[in-house]
Design a protein around this ligand. Structure first.
Ligand SMILES: Nc1ccn([C@@H]2O[C@H](COP(=O)(O)OP(=O)(O)OP(=O)(O)O)[C@@H](O)[C@H]2O)c(=O)n1
Ligand SMILES: C[C@](O)(CO)[C@H](O)COP(=O)(O)O
Length: 386
């Protein structure tokens, strides 16, 4: 259960912080991917505000996650949101309750929590407190920090245990700041699984900068030299120019007296980029994935084809490092459309336009592009993961 029904007031972003862009994707997308990609996780429930539903659906669709989640409407307080979510969890499950605003939970912690929760009924991630903690009373007291832990999420429970704790809290009007505290209040065991200081909750604007630094660190900390932290690929494609076809380039329909011939919409730029990404992944080429003999791809929208190719990269946890493309065409003029193509590519590939470069050249009237018989495009892409 991923909680995303808060207002994000302390973030002061003018919208629910779950939509905030953190590096190459929105906060909630980072968080959900940790669970959707986890093999042991069978159902992902997202607790949302009804008012956010439309935008939430659009965002998850754009990142190919919509089909992997179910929505439930939350309540006024975090605890009420959890209560609503619990009604939708099955009786025999281990329920993970996690803040949508914590994007950096690690796979091995999820495994450890599942194990400990199935043994003891309840387990949470927490880190040892590193500051000296003062308690304000009549006089100031210093607590023994060797016994203090800062609670994080996920918190994992046998469904029966957490449902009972929430029912009790509801009838007694007990409001806790996390879910483990409700089980503690019943006097039942809760185990701590040591987490990581990087598993931060993005609460204030400063946390976005911390999150960016953690993302950078993760990208840089993947073992170098094994060829898995970055992959490079190149693509090249040509389509013939003929009368009676639209000229679609980088998702932009460019007014011209001729258009590109092909089984799909023949967007030579997007095909080239798709080939470059497939090359980087060692996954062959677009002909292998979308055969031009398959009627399913007749007049296919190349944006959808490229999205599919990018989803293969995401499955392997790669994102775009940068992409550089060249269109080779005598006509039409590409200049007025380059920015739109760049923005389209950034959107499809879930990155920033600054990571993408699109340029165009003629061949000085030489060869098939020069004679305006066709248009070629080439691309080089760097995929990174971490
Ligand atoms: N009624 C609520 C309140 C919070 N949350 C979720 O609980 C998590 C942790 O809460 P917090 O960081 O406090 O988020 P917000 O409530 O959104 O932030 P704020 O308190 O600043 O408004 C967030 O992922 C938030 O979306 C929720 O699902 N339902
Ligand atoms: C549950 C929690 O993440 C534990 O640290 C946290 O208490 C929830 O956030 P909030 O700011 O207290 O709502």
């Amino acid at each position: 259960m991923v909680l995303a029904a808060g207002a994000g007031k302390r973030m002061r972003a003018g919208k629910n912080k779950q939509f905030l862009q953190v590096g190459n994707k929105p906060l909630l997308v980072h968080t959900l991917e940790n669970f959707i990609n986890d093999r042991a996780c069978t159902n992902v429930l997202v607790v949302i505000n009804e008012a956010d539903e439309h935008l939430m659906r659009e965002m998850l669709l754009e990142h190919s996650l919509l089909e992997h989640v179910q929505f439930v409407y939350g309540g006024a307080e975090r605890q009420h949101s959890v209560y609503e979510g619990l009604k939708r969890c099955s009786d025999d499950s281990i329920v993970f309750i996690h803040d949508g605003a914590r994007p950096f939970v690690k796979e091995d912690r999820i495994e450890e929590l599942a194990l400990r929760a199935s043994e003891s009924g309840a387990a949470l991630l927490a880190v040892k407190v590193t500051d000296t903690i003062k308690q304000q009373g009549q006089s100031l007291k210093t607590l023994d920090r060797s016994t203090l832990w800062a609670a994080q999420t996920p918190q994992a429970f046998r469904h029966e245990v957490i449902s009972r704790a929430h029912e009790w809290a509801r009838t007694t009007n007990y409001l806790g700041t996390d879910d483990a505290s409700l089980v503690e209040a019943l006097g039942e065991p809760v185990e701590i699984v040591e987490g990581s200081y990087d598993n931060i909750k993005l609460t204030t604007p400063e946390d976005v900068e911390k999150a960016m630094a953690i993302l950078q660190k993760r990208r840089g900390s993947v073992k170098k030299g094994d060829g898995s932290h970055m992959r490079i690929g190149q693509g090249f494609d040509v389509h013939q120019l003929v009368e009676g076809r639209p000229c679609i380039m980088g998702g932009v329909e460019i007014p011209h007296d001729k258009g590109l011939l092909g089984h799909s919409d023949a967007d030579v730029l997007l095909h080239t980029v798709a080939d470059a990404i497939l090359g980087a992944l060692g996954e062959g080429d677009i002909g292998k994935h979308f055969p031009d003999t398959d009627p399913e791809y007749k007049d296919a929208d190349s944006i959808e084809l490229l999205k599919h190719v990018y989803s293969l990269a995401k499955e392997q946890k790669y994102a775009i490092g940068n992409l550089d493309c060249t269109i080779i065409a005598e006509a039409p003029k590409m200049g007025p459309h380059i920015e739109e193509m760049r923005n389209n590519l950034a959107r499809i590939l879930e990155t920033e336009p600054s990571q993408i470069n699109v340029k165009a050249t003629t061949t000085e009237k030489l060869g098939f592009p020069g004679r305006q018989e066709g248009i070629a495009a080439q691309a080089v892409v760097l995929l990174t993961r971490g």
